[in-house]
Design a protein. Structure first.
Length: 268
């Protein structure tokens, strides 16, 4: 979809550019590394043996690096919409948007995905595509941001924009709820679907430092309906003040909440 498509939830070009920018400057990957570790813990608890693996939304390569020391894995394909992130990796690399999988049916024993599926406008369609590219009995293990993520930032900007500009623009992407995920996996053809959630809280000295990290992750606003004019300094200042006032911790720092939804399902 193009940004001009009125039905598009996300501006795909802007999202790719945000990831390229993150890869090319101060890449911030602590959240992706932490979530990748938790995906690998779940993988170690599974009974399957996997030879052909897809790392979808590879970002800075946290998952792909972990497989370099696993001799049972024969092939790892690294996929990401960003040329910048793929340029950091070796081996088989494919530029791919998760909304359109360029792989044949039954290509992989295992599909892993770290913090990329919340950028999909049609999650059921993407899950169906991932099931198609799995071999029979193949496993999907994915993690995505849930609806409680960045609730502090959403609240602060909502109130700041109302006060400073008299209206509100969409700044934080909508996200799936845990209660819907297991049913969605079942409807898209997965056997033994499991969904669970974990909450990670990161603290920062102020809201500007937190937003700088989001930029370094490639997680800044790419909604198609976002406001295209620059953010007013007065709005940013009020949002930062509201953030500290409403959510500030006793030590003067502020929290940022990341709700992580974990999805597990097998191809029949």
């Amino acid at each position: 979809m193009t940004p001009a498509d009125p039905s598009a939830l996300f501006d795909r070009r802007a999202w790719r550019l945000h990831r390229d920018r993150a890869a090319g400057c101060r890449c911030v990957d602590f959240l992706h590394r932490e979530v990748a570790d938790r995906i690998l813990d779940r993988l170690d608890d599974s009974e399957g043996r996997f030879r052909d693996v897809l790392d979808l939304g590879a970002h800075n390569g946290a998952l792909s690096r972990a497989f370099e020391c696993r001799p049972e894995i024969a092939t790892v394909v690294t996929a990401d919409p960003s040329f910048g992130f793929l340029g950091r990796r070796q081996g088989m690399r494919v530029v791919a948007d998760p909304e359109l999988m360029p792989f044949g049916e039954g290509s992989f024993d295992l599909v892993l995905s770290t913090l990329v599926l919340h950028w999909v406008g049609d999650l059921p369609g993407t899950l169906a595509q991932l099931r198609r590219i799995l071999k029979p009995g193949g496993l999907l293990l994915a993690a995505m941001l849930g609806g409680a993520s960045l609730i502090e930032l959403r609240t602060a900007f909502f109130e700041a924009e109302l006060a400073e500009e008299g209206g509100v623009s969409p700044r934080v992407s909508p996200a799936a709820d845990l209660g819907d995920i297991a049913g969605l996996l079942l409807r898209t053809g997965y056997a033994m679907p499991v969904a669970d959630t974990e909450t990670l809280t990161v603290t920062y000295p102020d809201a500007v430092a937190m937003m700088r990290d989001l930029r370094g992750m490639g997680e800044t606003n790419a909604l198609a309906a976002r406001r295209r004019t620059p953010l007013r300094r007065s709005t940013l200042a009020r949002a930062a003040a509201l953030y500290a006032e409403r959510f500030g911790l006793p030590d003067g720092r502020i929290p940022a909440t990341f709700e992580i939804l974990f999805l597990t399902g097998q191809a029949p």
